[in-house]
Design a protein around this ligand. Sequence first.
Ligand code: SIN
Length: 521
Amino acid sequence: MDYKTVIIIGGGLSAMVLADQLAPTHQVTVLMKVDTSENNSVLAQGGIAAALSPTDCWQDHMADTLQAGYHFANEDAVKVLTKEGVNVVRDLIKKGFQFDSSNGALIFGQEGAHHKRRVLHAGGDQTGHRLFSFFYNRLVGSIDLKQEHKLIDLVIEQSRCIGVRCQTANDEDEYFFADHVVLATGGCGSLYQLTSNNPTITGDGLAIAYRAGVELIDLEFIQFHPTMLVKDGVNYGLISEAVRGEGARLLDEEGTPLMEGIHPLKDLAPRDTVARTVYAHYLANKQVYLDISTIDQFDVKFPTINKLCQKAEIDMQDGYLPIAPGAHFMIGGIKTDLAGRTSIDRLYAIGEVACKGIHGANRLASNSLLEALVFPNRLASAILESTLTKRIDPVVNTRNSEVYQSLDLPPLDTLQKQMTSHAGIVRDQFGLLKLKDWLESYPIHCPLDQVQPKQRERVNQLLSAWLIVTSALRRTESRGAHWRADYPNRSKDWDLIHILRFKYHDKHLHNKTCGIMSRNK
Ligand code: SIN
């Protein structure tokens, strides 16, 4: 094996950005669960928030990020994001990426909780897709890209991550070993019934990391997006907040503006506030609409959303889009430092599965594409600077398939229903405990070596759900995206407290599902 090897698991934007940086010096293998079209980055309609406008500065962007995140974010991480983000976006433009502009000047869009217009778009609502293609096209031929490889487990030897076990399309195990292993497996939106996420994004990276003893953090914070296009119970996809940035308004069934009197920023209030307001109507069986009738050239500004509306047979003259909130972004995840290092040597995490504390308790819109540019660059530098120690030879157990157990597991849609009802936009102890008991009635902690290949992914999904639910139970306050009906206030006691769980393999801690730590400032 060549010593300069890196495995990246996941095929979204952060994976591509990291691969782009390392391809000239490393042998890079990217393992994708399905293929290059099945990820969240290509769906990202929002843009990139970056303080490039002459009337803006990174300090203002930082202040908005901290405020939207209810001052729960790691300030050092937010400073890196907003300050380095400016140069990273400038470099991207130098490399030839084209953002929307008018007469040679960049166009800055508006999204919720930003006090300035600072969101850059490409092709209107196609920013994620264009960015992904830009990096992917640069990489063709220079990396080994393997599709249909589902990550099942990490291989840890002598406290170091040395590789991964994947399951191929034929349900066969395939091992990959490398000097550096990077998780870029994305979030967990598809653990919920309504989501803006690609169906392949089900949080399995969390379970896999947990089982390997990796530290996880802030899992109770799941961000819901207020405006999914949902007609007659069918989810057609996201309607970007940028649509409200262009003047669209949320209306109730009587045509009354929904956000009037709720928040000074009205329709552009922080996302958690808008999502909860829409959800309250949804629970009362009242339809909420997004009125886009005031937006000129909607089809030009929002070509992707326009297509979704056509698919849903919406009357665009009328301009009323039926909406409902859906799971959108996993704020917590695998705890990393500012270079993406996890608690396990040679294992790193980037993108949505990683948590550096940038998003606090509620992510500011369009900060995650920026995150996907800034932090993979930092990880690439850390990997380039790292000195290689002696390789550890893997011990691979060949298993006898007769030992596989056939487990009684629920279908994914049942899990999604349970998560939506009890660990969704509003939670309480009664529902969370009920859900935890239900999850624990399945063998979620079963070592995957004993599980039939076809069932392993479901075990990982159930375990990820359990991690989210136990975190949500522990945080007895309401803050940002974590809203407890039984603890409706923010509590000072929780100001610096992050819920952390670790050491799946440690017998001493195994029955103790949660540890609590104070953030190191
Ligand atoms: C949106 O376009 O509304 C989503 C953008 C984001 O979540 O950052």
